[in-house]
Design a protein around this ligand. Structure first.
Ligand SMILES: Cc1cc2nc3c(=O)[nH]c(=O)nc-3n(C[C@H](O)[C@H](O)[C@H](O)COP(=O)(O)OP(=O)(O)OC[C@H]3O[C@@H](n4cnc5c(N)ncnc54)[C@H](O)[C@@H]3O)c2cc1C
Length: 477
């Protein structure tokens, strides 16, 4: 009875199990092991009876690119098309993104008008940097930091005030350490294949043509010019629906509260140990954070374990706040703080502006999320103590909102979560770690697949798409 074991019940593991169930009958048994009693991993929505929804992980998805379109196709396949909350390009959340510098929020340039004007804290319009970018020499390095890449191609101000905060917003990471090749592959390819970011964006080379749209929903996303989307019942609706679909297939067994304790190669198979039971797996799809997988492998795989454990991850404090009434001084996605302004405070998302449908229904309110820590966790610890006490984190977040947005009221509700090792960091040279992992796996003939956010993209779209590609590769081999 060919058995596939999926480790981890976050969106990557659930997507892998879903595609195994949908695409083939090659495995007569598909066992998913999840350590926690809750499925969904970082996709975690708290829902209140009054209709309020708070996201403790991702809050929106982008509809663009191969992986973005794939998620939309999946949403249609799962019967969730009528549950989508779409945010069009014209929405204030898309148009207005702020950075908090020298005591106030500044709108980042948006659209043609934005790049033609001088907007503080920049000393000149972006158009000058964009116009000279195609004439900058291309690098001969195989990888470099995001900061050095942007400084070289677009200048120090864009690196410091736009890209540094963006890396903090997406990866909770430091642009001086993150790899441009692994964190922003399209930018890296624009330079290496087309010689310039601007040229590559406007006239992409043949290998990077736009993906095809097949589902009705993905065509709708294009026609209505979606910039982002979520689901009516929050992001957990996606993982909850995957779980429901899986429960209808007798081949699939989803076990919660079942930590995988060891993965050992024997006779071309993998023995997976969970709660005193040993499962003989013909193939294992691991969606665990790389260092967690490393700790489950035997010592004889010393080199592989070393590569896996060399991929770090950061811890983020996520504080959801709700205020009575409409208290935001401006509409927009939110604001980010450059690391030069305040390391520990990454930014504030204006959730109510993006999806007011997730506000409580009984009276007017404003939901915000403050994110803190990440690569600057030491600064956060020195402020609130090494136990990252939730009350101290909440107070710090409330003070940040007061100082940065002038909202002086006390929040009517708050939820604080310390999300440990939640965002893997693709540091300069990450691609070499991946090459090492894959070549050792091939050399030792391990029936093991690496999916999840530790490897090739941390967005939910990337997690789902990479799980699908890996399942297809294994099924066709
Ligand atoms: C605060 C935050 C905000 C984010 N915002 C966005 C966003 O807006 N948009 C976006 O696209 N992405 C966002 N992301 C990124 C995205 O949410 C994650 O990269 C993605 O959810 C990772 O999913 P995963 O399944 O790979 O990993 P996980 O969600 O970590 O799932 C792994 C699962 O494995 C389980 N596990 C661990 N050890 C074991 C074991 N030994 N045995 C069995 N199970 C085990 C864990 O309990 C977990 O459920 C955000 C992430 C965070 C943390």
């Amino acid at each position: 009875m060919p058995t596939a074991v999926v480790l981890g019940g976050g969106v990557s593991g659930l997507a892998a199990a879903y595609y195994l169930h949908r695409l083939s009958t090659k495995f007569s048994k598909i066992i998913l092991l999840e350590h926690q009693t809750r499925l969904g991993g970082w996709l975690h929505t708290t829902r209140y009876p009054d209709g309020a929804k708070f996201e403790h992980g991702p809050r929106s998805f982008r509809p663009a690119g191969h992986s973005g379109i794939n998620t939309i196709d999946l949403v249609e396949e799962l019967g969730l098309s009528d549950q989508v909350l779409a945010m069009p390009m014209s929405h204030p959340t898309t148009k207005f993104r702020y950075i908090y510098v020298s005591g106030r929020c500044h709108a980042l340039p948006s659209g043609l008008g934005g790049v033609l004007r001088t907007l503080s804290p920049f000393s000149k319009p972006w158009v000058f940097s964009l116009a000279s970018e195609p004439f900058r020499a291309r690098s001969s390095e195989e990888d470099e930091s995001v900061d050095s890449f942007i400084r070289r191609r677009l200048g120090p101000e864009i690196a410091e005030y736009a890209i540094d905060p963006m890396c903090r917003g997406i990866y909770a990471g430091n642009s001086r350490e993150l790899s441009v090749r692994s964190c922003f592959p399209p930018l890296y390819k624009c330079e290496s294949e087309d010689g310039s970011i601007v040229r590559g964006m406007l006239w992409p080379s043949k290998g990077r043509q736009r993906p095809e749209r097949r589902s009705k929903l993905s065509k709708r996303a294009r026609d209505e010019r979606w910039a982002a989307w979520s689901l009516r019942d929050g992001t957990s609706q996606l993982t909850d629906t995957l779980v429901t679909q899986l429960s209808e297939d007798p081949r699939v067994e989803v076990r919660v509260g079942s930590p995988c304790e060891a993965v050992t190669p024997t006779d071309g198979k993998l023995q997976v140990v969970t709660q005193g039971e040993t499962i003989q797996a013909d193939h294992v799809f691991s969606s665990l954070y790389a260092a967690a997988l490393s700790s489950l492998l035997p010592d004889q795989l010393v080199e592989l374990k070393a590569f896996l454990s060399s991929i770090p991850a950061v811890t983020v404090a996520v504080v959801n706040l709700e205020y009575s009434g409409h208290v935001l001084p401006a509409q927009g996605f939110g604001h980010l703080l450059p690391s030069s302004e305040d390391g520990k405070m990454l930014g504030v998302v204006y959730d109510s502006c993006a999806f007011p449908e997730h506000d409580r229904q009984d009276k007017p309110s404003t939901r915000l999320t403050v994110m803190m820590g990440g690569a600057w966790i030491r600064e956060l610890v020195s402020e609130v103590g090494s136990d990252l006490n939730e009350n101290a984190l909440t107070s710090l977040a409330v003070k940040g909102v007061q100082d940065q947005l002038g909202i002086v009221d006390s929040p009517s509700r708050s939820i604080t979560k310390v999300q440990r090792n939640c965002i893997p960091q693709y540091l300069v040279g990450h691609w070499q770690k991946l090459a090492g992992i894959h070549s050792l796996t091939e050399k030792t003939n391990l029936p093991l697949s690496y999916i999840g956010s530790s490897y090739q993209g941390a967005s939910v779209n990337d997690c789902i798409y990479n799980a699908k590609l890996e399942v297809e590769r294994v099924l066709s081999s």
